[in-house]
Write a protein that binds this ligand. Sequence first.
Ligand code: 8YV
Length: 351
Amino acid sequence: MADRRPRVWVSQPLFDDIVAQLEAYFEVVPTVEVTAHSSADITARLGGVDGALVTLNESVGAAEIAGAAHLRAIANVGVGYNNLDVEALGAAGILASNTPDVLTETTADLGFALLMAAARRITESERWLRDGQWRQWSFTTMLGADIHGATLGIVGMGRIGQAIARRAHHGFGMKVLYHNRSRLPVALEQDVGAVYTGFEELLARADHLLLVLPYTPHNHHLVDAAALAKMKPTATLVNIARGGLVDELALADALANGRLAAAGLDVYEGEPQVRPELLALRNIVLTPHIGSASLATRRAMVQLAVDNLIAALGHGPDAGHPASAINADAVAAAKAGGVTVRGKKTDLDKR
Ligand code: 8YV
C-alpha cells in the first residue's frame, strides 16, 4: 500500500480538545453535529478509514465492516459494547476496545440517585408540588420506602455493581444480596458487604433491585412478567445497564396495577424512544441514559478511547496494546491464521 497518513473517523462530536490528540498521528474525519448514523452511513464511513471512535449509538457488525479494507481498530466510548459484534470484528482482525473503570463511581452514583428518587418518590413529589397540589397534603402524602436498613438486590457484580454495594452497605447500612454469573472471592464479598444468592431468591428477598449486568441476547428480558411477579409489591426496580434486560410493557403493567411500587430507568429498549406506557406512569423515574454523564467522567471516557485508538493503531506509549482491548486474543488468533478479512484472504500484519 502506498504510504499515506492513517485516517480515523470520529462518529459524534465529543470533546474537541481531547479528540485533537488524534491529529498527531492520523487524519481525523470528524462528525461536527450530533448525527443518527444509519447502517449504510456507518458502512460508508468505515470503508474509508483505518480506525474509528464510536459511541453506543453506532452499531458495528459484519455488514458495517464488509467493505472496510483498511479498518484495524474500533474504540468504543462506553464500557458496555453490545453495539459491537465483537466476534465479527475479532475474526476480521479489528481490535475493539471500551472504556471501563473511569466511569465506575459516576455510574454507581446515578444508580443510587435513581434508587433514592424512585423509592422516596422525589420526582413525583416535585411534580405534585409544582402542580400546586400541596394544599391537598395529608399525613400520608407521598409515603415511600426506606433505603437505609433495607435489603438491596444487585444483579451483576462487576465493577459498577461492587461500587453500588459499597455505597449501600457502608453508607446506608443496607443488607446487600447479589447475583452474578460467578461468585466473587470471599474477601471481595466481605469488602463490599454483599452476599451471593440465586436469582429467584434475589427477586423474592430484595426490597430494591438494581440491574447492573452486561446485556447479551441470552439475558434479553431477564426481568419479565414472571420475574416481576416474584418481587415484593413494595419493591423498587432500577435499571442502569441496558434497556433490553427488562420487558418494559410487563414493567409498566406491574407499576400501573400495584404489583411493583416504583421503578427508576436510565436505559430503554428503543432509545431514544421511550414507551408511552412508561411515560404515563407517576411511580417511575425516567432519565435519558446519563449514567456516566458527569463532565469529568465523560472527558475521562473520551481520553481513554482516544488512547485506546492510538495504541490499537500502533502508536503512542502503549503501541499495539490498548489499555482496554476487548478482543485481543481473537485478533491475535486471526492474525496467526491469516484471516478472511471482508471477503478476501489477508495477512493482517502487512496491511
Ligand atoms: C454511555 C454507557 O457510554 O458506558 C456505557 O456502557 O452506557 C454510558 O456510559 C454513554 O451514555 C454514552 O452513550
